[in-house]
Design a protein around this ligand. Sequence first.
Ligand code: HEM
Length: 431
Amino acid sequence: MFFTCDSANIHHILSKNFSNYPKGSEYRKIFDVLGNGIFNVDDELWELHRKTTMSIMSHAKFQILLERTMWDIIEKGFRPILDAFAKHGKIFDLQDVLQRFTFDSIAKLLLDHDPRSLSIDLPYLPYEKAFGDALEAFLLRHIVPERIWKLQKWLRIGKEKQLIQACEAFDQFIYPCISRKQEELMMHKSTIKDEEFAFLDAYVTMYNQWNDGDLGTLQTFLRDTFFNLMFAGRDTTSAALTWFFTLLAKNPSAEKRIREEIQQQLHVKEDENLKFFTKEESRKLIYLHGALCETLRFFPSLSLEHKVPLDHDILPSGHHVSPNTRIILPFSAMGRMETLWGKDRLEFKPERWISDRGGIRHVPSFKFPAFNAGPRTCLGKEMAFFQMKIVSATIIHNYHIQVVEPENISPTTSIMMKVKNGLMVKVAKKV
Ligand code: HEM
């Protein structure tokens, strides 16, 4: 294994010599449950996935759907829960609530189905928890020899057992959703409302375009595709938001500045409810944007990336790597390096993301790879910022959050950087 935090190496691997560092068979083995989804494939199939997903996500109708879906879930699911907990002075796990929020919103967005995991009684839905349970197994697969985890998988023991159960739970949720949506589309094709342009349609077309015949059945392909997108959009955003509130608890002056920025830029008075703003308006929240980037610098949701070169190569640092080298890019360590961030690297400073002209400072992605870098840069970055701004502005303006036992906060040992055992908080209503 070769670990590197050198940003020139990161640039080389993720961008300059991209074709020598595919996801490859090693990655596919570790993340086998992702099947033929975008995260797991290379070459033409990846290009087709990327083109299809990008064309949907950059569509004007998608932007409208995104705004409507997010605010709908905030108003019908998220706020009623916070209001109820505030009324009863209940201590609850904010990370769990945020995960439910991102799960419901991504399911509604992709499949037009709201699982309503954000109900007042916080129901236990095995498929909603499935992702979290699966993640620790992925990290272990990076560390223990392949034959060991394969044996554990075969015996259905340890983290491998959790992973199998998580996939079964997820499949029981996703297959009926896909079938329902397919039936709906077949029956009402002519009466589909304009804004209901469907992800599903685009991926069915993609499947039909693919001639190699190695994608399995249409149902399996759609399952893989949606599994990947839900995996991409659920825990990443909720983990970042959870860490954001842990950092704000330690930096009240930053919270005050965010509150003032919300009032000024969104023209909302201190005693008025903040109910809606568009994606375009969210771009004005520059300091909040800086605070979210600063959060992802300390706690990149995906804490590492792993690559195996196709061919021998010499990295900019002078190190030789070969197809036998497993290269680990520890994004979480990069965010804390003095050579990259200076002497004040351990301070939470949203200002470092603001340019002299008051806009958002451009920081190259090979220095800040929280959203990856190069041709495989995250496709949901803009969506994630919008989602994170809606949730954080709603909470900061309308409520006061108090973290209970902040000294007990530590990260999970997982490729997804979450707060171990959740983030226990109390909430009070401000307006
Ligand atoms: C704070 C939130 C997010 C973070 C930190 C994040 C980070 C990342 C990272 C590091 C990758 C590269 C993973 C790899 O190649 O192994 C990635 C890829 C991706 N992300 Fe995100 N992501 C976030 C939210 C989202 C959201 C909301 C979506 C929307 C569905 C999304 C969609 C994707 C997709 C489709 C890819 C695959 C790109 C490709 O391989 O070409 N992400 N993201």
